[in-house]
Ligand binder design. Structure first.
Ligand SMILES: [Ca+2]
Ligand SMILES: [Ca+2]
Ligand SMILES: [Ca+2]
Length: 309
């Protein structure tokens, strides 16, 4: 789960693939508004191209090499839609449409809601906070919920919503289409080179996962060369039959078990030497496994547990 499943919630479902109809997501509303732009708008072609770039990200299928659990063979799996994957390891996600979507969405948030709600409008937190493994991706309880209802015109109880799209500080009436398009115009201007063949400013650094240490050991970060992952930090799989098979992975390791002597050792070293000590103490030796969606054998029967003592 390269965070893609959560991303779909606000970017919209993909019907036949994920069974979720693309009902009034922000992108569909943006797309319709761009289609309705008059030909007299001098930026019509660029805005349509920016919209297409976001659409490319939302619709992208990404092949990801993975390791089969039992056979350890290399298999290829496809991540459908709104990928957050760095496939070439340069620290940036592959699709510039992601950078444009997130900047557009942030601008839209403030254009639409700041005038009515002021300091109650929070920034959108897409990066998982240190110690957490999910960001503000737009589930039913996050800020996208308010936007989606504002776009539909109805709140969950069926009543009409406030027309948040009007800017109450101006005498004229601003429409949803106006705000959606102007936010895209502003995002493309800010990000600069979204329509370039190889954007350098319109790109999105990888999300990272930071595991806060429970003890005194330093926090550990993964995702620099692949992109963070969005799942619980303890994963366990047990198959009871026909042959017992049990594996698990826990990336923060035994980070709570650092005594003063070990801490002194850690602090006296750096780089590869420090990492070797951290691995030896089982603080970091599962990080890469977790990042690659791999597991380690887990003693399960009494005999296996005794043998592992
Ligand atoms: Ca990359
Ligand atoms: Ca408003
Ligand atoms: Ca107004």
């Amino acid at each position: 789960m390269y965070q893609a499943a959560k991303k779909d919630e606000y970017a919209g479902g993909r019907g036949a693939i994920d069974g979720r109809p693309p009902v009034a997501p922000p992108f569909a509303a943006l797309s319709a508004s761009v289609d309705a732009l008059p030909a007299t708008d001098p930026q019509q072609a660029d805005l349509a191209a920016g919209r297409a770039l976001i659409g490319q990200w939302i619709g992208a299928d990404t092949a990801v090499p993975m390791t089969a659990l039992k056979t350890h063979a290399t298999v290829t799996r496809t991540v459908h839609g709104a990928p957050l994957i760095d496939t070439d390891g340069d620290g940036f996600y592959q699709q510039p449409g992601l950078a444009l979507y997130e900047r557009w969405r942030e601008i839209l948030q403030h254009r639409v809601f700041d005038d009515e709600l002021g300091s109650f409008v929070d920034a959108l937190h897409y990066d998982p906070a240190p110690g957490a493994n999910t960001g503000d991706h737009g589930g039913g309880d996050t800020q996208d919920s308010v936007l989606v209802h504002a776009l539909s015109g109805f709140s969950p109880n069926g009543r009409r919503t406030i027309d948040y799209f009007d800017d109450i500080t101006t005498p004229g009436h601003e429409t949803a289409a106006f705000q959606l398009v102007e936010s895209l115009r502003q995002a493309m201007a800010e990000l600069g080179d979204c329509l370039a063949p190889t954007p350098t400013t319109c790109r999105h650094a990888n999300h990272l996962n930071v595991f806060s240490s429970l003890g005194a050991a330093p926090s550990q970060t993964i995702g620099q060369t692949r992109g963070g992952v969005d799942r619980g930090s303890y994963n366990q799989i047990i198959e009871l039959a026909p042959t017992l098979f049990s594996v698990n992975v826990q990336p923060p390791g035994q980070s709570g078990l650092v005594n003063a002597a070990l801490l002194a050792q850690i602090e006296a070293t750096s780089g590869a030497q420090q990492r070797a000590i951290l691995d030896q103490a089982h603080l970091t030796d599962q990080l890469e496994l977790y990042e690659r969606f791999e597991y380690k054998p887990m003693p399960f029967t009494l005999a296996e547990v005794m043998a592992a003592q």
